[in-house]
Design a protein around this ligand. Structure first.
Ligand code: ZN
Length: 361
């Protein structure tokens, strides 16, 4: 895949931190950071497959675009072992430079074979590149907005149950580094379209409460040396259209140290249209895991209280790739967290919230 580091637009370099309350969250919690050796021990422990104690819906999964049918069949074959009830597949948040980018149309024919089991999000292969391009060039004129709306409506007309995966701050993985301010005019337009159609928008965004140096152990390149503050801008997106359901992906996989239960509580309290997908990566647990050993162990009390107090606002979104590769699996790590929840909480976060917000049949 061709890799290109996107230039950072200067226009947002001076974004001021919005809200005095944010000051409380400017200190990262890095006390939970794991050593590499501890991670490896967890990794081998989690290779024993443990099913979810209640059925769950995974609202964030990816697949091999060169074998969509085989990938979906392998996911279906895994459902019993995981106690997985339904799966939502989505394209990655691609850039224009990604030669392998695809969108919901590539996934539809195979997904139709599994009604009630597989649903799709779309836009990651087309709308997301339009946003990152517009953020790079600064062109958000009427023509760009018209094309964006047409494409967004086509994604839904094709059968997507929402928009994803979009990216506002994304470190390189299968796609290159990506940045766009979450209150970019095209994100605001996407929120309006999502509200009109009552569908969710899944956004990948590292938590950056203030402009900051790239945190270790991330390297520049391929990342930029500095990161742009995005929480105040994210709040502007949430406030822009309160009827738009914004799903912040990858809670519990925190790569800056700022996605703390305290900040999440404050944002969930302030914005009733904010939802979150929960992900745990057993190979790279991040900096603020809800579990005592990163990808295993007991749930920490402040996290359990967060999940309990806002139990209508979370989904399981493992970021699992199908077919499963070798080594520890993401679905397993998040299921170990899920199994720490009381039964009533598992029912809400496992299935009920996803059925309601994604309108799954
Ligand atoms: Zn993601």
């Amino acid at each position: 895949m061709q890799r290109k580091v996107t230039a950072l637009p200067r226009s947002i370099a001076g974004i001021a931190l919005g809200g005095a309350m944010l000051v409380r969250f400017l200190t990262p919690q890095i006390g939970d950071a794991q050593t590499k050796s501890a991670q490896s021990e967890n990794s081998s422990a989690s290779q024993r497959s443990v099913a979810a104690m209640s059925p769950y819906i995974d609202v964030h999964t990816h697949l091999d675009e060169s074998d969509v049918g085989g990938s979906m069949q392998s996911a279906i074959d895994s459902m019993l072992a995981e106690n997985l009830a339904k799966i939502v597949f989505m394209p990655s948040p691609f850039t224009l430079a990604d030669a392998n980018r695809f969108d919901v149309e590539r996934l539809l024919p195979a997904a139709k074979k599994y009604p009630g089991k597989i649903a799709l999000l779309g836009g990651g292969g087309t709308l997301n590149p339009m946003i990152t391009e517009a953020a790079r060039t600064g062109d958000v004129g009427p023509d760009v907005q018209k094309k964006f709306r047409e494409r967004a409506e086509a994604v839904l007309a094709a059968g997507a149950v929402g928009f994803g995966e979009m990216a506002a701050e994304h470190f390189p993985s299968s796609t290159p580094y990506e940045y766009a301010p979450p209150d970019h005019p095209l994100f605001l337009l996407l929120a309006d379209i999502a509200a009109e159609r009552d569908v969710p928008v899944s956004i990948h965004m590292e938590a950056v409460p203030k402009d900051m140096d790239l945190p270790a152990p991330l390297k520049s390149p391929p990342n930029p040396p500095r990161l742009h503050a995005n929480i105040a801008a994210f709040e502007r997106l949430l406030s822009h259209n309160p009827r738009a359901k914004i799903v912040w992906a990858h809670l519990a996989w925190d790569n800056t140290g700022y996605r703390t239960p305290e900040l999440m509580r404050w944002l969930l309290q302030a914005h009733p249209n904010l939802f979150m997908e929960i992900k745990l990566d057993p190979v790279d647990t991040g900096l603020t895991s809800p579990l005592t050993n990163g990808a295993s162990g007991k749930i920490k009390p402040d996290w359990l209280k967060l999940f309990t107090d806002f139990q209508d606002r979370f989904f399981i979104g493992s970021d699992q790739h199908y077919p499963q590769g070798s080594g520890p699996q993401r679905w397993q790590a998040v299921v170990l967290l899920f199994n720490e929840f009381p039964a009533a909480l598992r029912q809400k976060i496992g299935t009920e919230n996803a059925i309601q917000i994604y309108h799954l049949k």
